[in-house]
Design a binder for this molecule. Sequence first.
Ligand code: SF4
Length: 157
Amino acid sequence: MNYHKYFPVDVINGPGTRATLFVSGCEHQCRGCYNQSTWDPRSGHLFDKQMEDQIIKDLTDSRIKRRGLSLSGGDPLFPANLGAIKQLLQRVREEAPSKDVWLWTGYTLAELTSEQQALLPLIDVLVDGKFEQSLADPSLSFRGSSNQVIHQLHPQG
Ligand code: SF4
């Protein structure tokens, strides 16, 4: 998996103070996409062990407390990203179990394949669905258009 940007401290993408990773790779081609440069899974930088370690370190940092991790893109559930996302989220559950995980995907919950569904136990809040320009609403919290749904998958999130 590749990623485009990592923000070790972020107060925009999700509730509270968070660490946020924008991954590469997306097949949805939404009209009006704010982040077209992330569509190509080969774009950006390699998400390696060092980056994974950095995220865990930031989530367990006692000086700047983060509420959790946000994963966006691109699409973290792009098929080629699933292995790296699963490995990262398993580490978050084991090494930073009090932190919540929010994940934004262009697939709807109902569209997820069994491989994508296998990650759901590791995600607290899933924000799903393509960005629909005709339903765009800047007043919405944590989503760009009103068709997108914030699914609370686990009580922690
Ligand atoms: S899912 Fe997100 S990144 Fe992918 S095309 Fe749609 S708006 Fe852009």
